[in-house]
Design a protein around this ligand. Structure first.
Ligand code: PMP
Length: 360
């Protein structure tokens, strides 16, 4: 067996120890005589799994008691609809457009409410985060929406926007659990887990309780109401059991790494290796303004499409996989999530150096 260094943007690399543990428990989960895939979501064994997972993520992120943690389905994309449908009071919300995912969320919200784009970095192909210190926030905005880490473009908010007292909603799919955050600054923090936390199929939504409507929302499908999921402890219907089980293991792995402060340090170290190289390279260039660089997704180009393609192909042969940039951007992108070991980034930089020497 040989594993590659997998730089995929998601689904993405998971900690090897988690995969091994899951493999060991595949046929007989802790004396139950069955796999977690085969057991009832109403069983004692699964109840323990989901409760423990919630306890661990609460501990890791320091989630205040007045926030619910929901394990949902439908991808981060379904939250693009669930957020406006559940938070709609005045029927107005402000969106900051920093990439494709923020734009998709904004467009989807427009199907249900009046969504305003109050800032955008599209003028420079989303290579920076706009100044959000004094935005024209709508007086009657139900919330202000951001995508905190932009997976495709490789930018990240270093300070949260000034929402002028309005509820902040953040999609943290691609920076989930990569560093500590102050949950109390947000109304909702949510993310698809398939980048930093687990397998595709689970979305974790951390929602301040007062934002969960108390009444049934007329015309909103039962499954899309936060209340349905909150009242049922994420077990209104069959949840993505196996995915939640793996997320639980990743939470334990993160705790064993020393928690989010420690993982942030490691992520900074890893990203520095790559960015330092890019900053002095005569062939490769990072595409994002320095202040707004993501620790998780690092896009870069040579400036020559054919050379980019050659790089991606040769890197694959060297065991460095999934370095092709997003189809809408081109070039390369290295996603270096929590589970990417430092050696993976070192190998990548070594390979880039060799490639540069041969192709200057
Ligand atoms: N938000 C962000 C920041 C993403 O990176 C992605 C997917 N790559 C999505 C939303 C969409 O996620 P999903 O495919 O789970 O709907």
């Amino acid at each position: 067996m040989s594993r590659v260094y997998n730089f995929s943007a998601g689904p993405a690399v998971l900690p090897e120890s988690v995969l091994k543990e899951a493999a060991e428990e595949m046929l007989d989960y802790r004396g139950t005589g069955m796999s977690v895939m085969e057991m009832s979501h109403r069983s004692k064994a699964f109840d323990d799994i989901i409760k423990e997972a919630e306890k661990d993520i609460r501990e890791l992120m320091g989630i205040p008691d007045n926030y619910k943690v929901l394990f949902l389905q439908g991808g981060a994309s379904l939250m693009f609809s669930m957020v406006p449908l559940n938070l709609k009071k005045n029927g107005v919300a402000d969106y900051i457009i920093t990439g494709q995912w923020a734009k998709k969320a904004y467009k989807e919200a427009g199907r249900f409410i009046k969504a305003n784009a109050v800032a955008s970095s599209e003028d420079k192909t989303f290579t920076y985060i706009p100044d959000c210190s004094d935005l024209p926030i709508s007086e009657d905005a139900d919330y202000v929406y951001i995508c905190e880490n932009n997976t495709i473009y490789g930018t990240k908010y270093k300070t949260l926007p000034n929402t002028k007292g309005k509820t902040l909603v953040a999609d943290v799919s691609s920076c989930f659990l990569s560093e500590p955050i102050d949950v109390s600054k947000y109304g909702i923090v949510y993310g698809g887990v398939q980048k930093n936390v687990g397998p595709a199929g689970v979305v974790i939504a951390i929602i301040r309780e007062d934002l969960i409507p108390e009444e049934d929302l007329e015309g909103v499908p039962t499954m899309l109401q936060f209340k349905t999921q909150a009242d049922a402890g994420s077990l209104y219907n069959t949840p993505p059991c196996y995915g939640i089980y793996i997320c639980g293991k990743v939470f334990k792995w993160l705790k064993a790494q020393g928690g989010l402060e420690a993982i942030k340090k490691k992520n900074e170290e890893k990203a520095k290796i790559l960015y330092d190289f890019l900053d002095q390279s005569e062939l490769f260039k990072g595409t994002v303004v320095k202040e707004d660089r993501s620790l998780m997704n690092v896009p870069f180009v040579t400036g020559d499409k054919d050379l980019d393609a050659k790089f991606v192909a040769e890197a694959k042969e060297a065991g460095l996989e999934n370095l092709k940039g997003h189809r809408t951007v081109g070039g390369m992108r290295a996603s270096i999530y929590n589970a990417m070991p430092k050696e993976g980034v070192e190998k990548l930089v070594e390979f880039m150096k060799e490639f540069e020497a041969k192709n200057k």
